[in-house]
Design a protein around this ligand. Sequence first.
Ligand code: NCD
Length: 333
Amino acid sequence: MSNVEKRRNITKVHPGQTPFHIIESQQFTKEWLEQDLFPEADKWKAFLANREYRTSKPLAGKHLYYLFYESSTRTRTSFQRAIKLMGGDSEGTENARMFSSVTKGETLEDTVQVLDGYYYDFIVLRYDQIGGARRAARVAKTPIINAGDGTGQHPTQALLDVYTIDHEFGNVGDQVVTFIGDPQRGRTVHSATYLLAKFPKMKFNFVSPNELRIPVGLRNYLDRHEIPYNETSDLESVLQETDVAYVTRLQSERDKKKGKKIITPQDYTEFFLTPERADKLPAHAIIMHPLPRNNELPKTIDKNPRARYTQQAHNGLPIRMSLLNMIDLGRIY
Ligand code: NCD
């Protein structure tokens, strides 16, 4: 374990190993995804399809706390569903900024340290500032799972995104992934890129208004690892070479916090995947979106044979079941 990893209490996960905290996509190796995570997720998919959860309770007696400082539908519900379907239980707060001692000025670290003494097996944290999960992991004795930290990362979303790509193409590698919309503030874009960059011969396009180019940390990572990428505002110019069109919403709630609008939805229509634009994608291409969507992905696209975002969201359940199970297997109580 490197000193940096030790300080952060975040370890790299190689085949045959299990994660403790899940903080960022850089933790995971390609080999672990291919050899451990994807087969594990297939197993939980079968567990669900065969309704094995009616009789088998592999996480009975295990408890998950969800500590959410930002709204969520899929991430929180799928974690709750995951533990419940495995025989464990969950509780927590959907709005820590309103319903917890955060209103009295309590810090994240203090909250996590208190939860540490309440015998939870997992803390799923969504924080509204970049670095929140890492801060929590520094003080926590309970595994912290980053469910999104402001404009930082959303690693469990990336794991389900890459699992979806693997399932659709039969492998990951050699694909052109085009992120469309708000790659600057979209944490799912950051996490998916860090993770996909571990696979051979990937190429990335980031299509956005000039004001919303990728953050400097991600840019440095891609440069350092010599991963080919292209930033453009011209969506039409990259559609034909795209294997995965990953559409994202304008993260306008991030403007409100800063009190200024960077881009208005009217400025953003060039980045909508309209039915006409979707038809310019190759026939084998797939369309993904982390959801929730606004107008950038019109409802009419649902009928497009390339649409995979519903499947993608559903894959969140077996992936999160896998993560809970693997974290649990690695624990020494
Ligand atoms: C995303 C998020 O919260 O970052 N949603 C999700 O978890 N699937 C995407 C978004 O909010 O745009």
